[in-house]
Design a protein around this ligand. Structure first.
Ligand code: AMP
Ligand code: ZN
Length: 479
């Protein structure tokens, strides 16, 4: 497999340190709010990598942190802890906020078919590990104490700015935002390893340390959690592009200073999901969530397909129109699969199946070209082979794509049977439902989602569940 490595700025053949095994680290969410669909673009594309490595036969161990302390509103160590801000917004404790949004994050992941990492570690569980690593950095002269905090001394490194396109000026971000620069730093690029409580009195979470009661900086958590679970040599580290600098640059600085050798071989960065107004961000407070997409009637897997249709190294522009197109494409795909004989007992043509797999593998081997992998699905549907072979290929691809095409098609076939049996509308309740369904369809056509949602909710309260599909809306009456 070839993958674009942000360290070398080119596509490289992926060769793990231990043949057959892959250690993979992905930066997890800062759990002070819901994940937005931009964050989830990054997690979907990381999931494709994770699943494709497994599909290719690797034994993958994937680790993810949960940032529940230390991530300040500016990546340049200024501002306040995002968790604290979230807690204040909701009049809750930091740990209540962390627990709620961590669960919400994994619920979103499940809806989007993002596999759970093998290890999930909240930063607050690893304070002793952070203290141990910071102590060694102090002993070896890579860190210093100033103004009560402990800082990493970037001037001690022979190389610091490893990711392309970032300069020292980027660190002035905090200053530009009107937040005071930290005068304790010896060099502008230095960053905090450990904050003492005195500097941020409002910090709810704090622990004893050799340097006083305080809390860890954001960058140290990923370094420590990765080394703790994946050892001294990491194969691949992923994150969204905004994490490349300063976060990942600082992770490398800490790990390599601590270990005394190269730490991570491949860095994969996913570009952002933008709206016409720019980058989607949690801190702006205006963002889209998976639940919102669902409320508007979109299947979360249509959003997964939307992401897969573009390459992870290109900015993806979100608009309702673009999402509508992806939802239509998804719907049509399921419709086409539903035309196959899904219960066929015919023999699979293994020669043709291997040919299909080769095209699929060639797409993903080339820097995870997911949109070509989706094209491979269309090629299967168009091919002149029996249904059994098509279904075998689709099931094989779905180990990575996870779009549930065959299962959804089966469901659609059985729903069709149900709708064909729908009682005639001389039943007043059924007539009412049918009328409401028509009203909702009209509202959706006029993009009046509020009315459409209200109708869906009203019916749900009466025990009627609506099921949208290409052929229209059917319903089930519960209980
Ligand atoms: P956070 O919860 O802010 O720590 O971010 C979680 C992940 O989402 C990180 O890997 C970020 O780099 C990534 N991310 C943040 N904003 C976006 C965006 N608009 N599009 C794609 N990924 C993003
Ligand atoms: Zn990280």
């Amino acid at each position: 497999m070839f993958i674009y490595n942000s360290l070398s700025h080119r596509k490289e053949e992926f060769v793990p340190v231990v043949p057959g095994h892959v250690s993979m680290y992905t930066c997890g969410p800062t759990v002070y709010h819901f994940a937005h669909i931009g964050n989830l673009r990054t997690y979907i594309m990381e999931d494709i990598l994770d699943r494709y490595l497994r599909y290719s036969g690797y034994d993958v161990k994937r680790v993810m942190n949960i940032t529940d302390v230390g991530h300040l509103t500016s990546d340049a160590d200024t501002g306040e802890d995002k968790m604290l801000k979230g807690a204040r917004r909701e009049h809750k404790t930091v740990m209540e906020i962390a627990d709620f949004y961590t669960k919400a994050f994994f619920a979103d992941c499940e809806k989007l078919h993002i596999r759970m990492p093998d290890v999930i570690e909240p930063a607050t569980h690893c304070i002793d590990d952070f203290i141990r690593v910071i102590s060694k950095l102090l002993e070896t002269g890579y860190a210093y104490a100033a103004g009560g905090n402990i800082y990493f001394d970037t001037s001690k490194l022979s190389q610091y700015y490893v990711f392309h396109g970032f300069t020292e000026e980027d660190l002035e971000v905090g200053v530009r935002e009107g937040v005071e620069a930290d005068s304790n730093k010896k060099n502008k690029a230095d960053f905090v390893l450990w904050f003492t409580k005195s500097k941020f009195d409002g910090q709810e979470l704090n622990w004893d340390s050799p340097w006083g009661r305080g809390y860890p900086g954001w960058h140290i958590e990923c370094s420590c959690i990765s080394m703790k679970h994946l050892g001294e040599r990491l194969d691949i580290h992923c994150g969204g592009i905004d994490n490349a600098f300063p976060h990942h640059t600082n992770e490398i600085a800490q790990c390599e200073a601590y270990l005394g050798h190269k730490w991570c071989n491949y860095w994969m960065h996913v570009l952002h999901l933008n709206t016409n107004a720019g980058k989607m961000s949690k801190s702006s407070g205006e963002f889209l969530t998976v639940s919102l997409l669902e409320e508007k009637g979109y299947d979360p897997l249509a959003y997964r397909l939307f992401c897969l249709q573009s390459h992870y190294r290109k900015i993806l522009v979100f608009s309702w129109e673009n999402l509508d197109n992806a939802a239509k494409t998804y719907d049509k795909l399921i419709g086409r699969v539903a035309q196959l004989d899904l219960d066929t007992k015919e023999p699979v043509d293994n020669v043709a199946l291997d040919e299909f797999k080769r095209a699929f593998v060639a797409a993903l081997d080339n820097d995870l070209n997911s949109s070509l992998a989706v094209t491979a699905v269309y090629d299967v549907l168009k091919a002149n082979v029996n249904d059994a072979t098509k279904i075998a290929a689709l099931n094989d691809f779905d180990q990575v794509l996870c779009l549930d095409l065959v299962a959804s098609a089966k469901k659609r076939q059985s729903e069709k049977d149900v709708s064909a049996e729908t009682p005639a509308s001389d039943d007043p309740f059924i007539a009412y439902i049918q009328e409401q369904i028509q009203k909702r369809a009209d509202a959706k056509k006029n993009k009046d989602y509020a009315t459409a949602d209200a109708i869906r909710n009203d019916l749900a309260e009466k025990g009627v569940v609506l099921i949208d599909s290409k052929e229209g809306t059917t319903f089930q009456i519960k209980g």
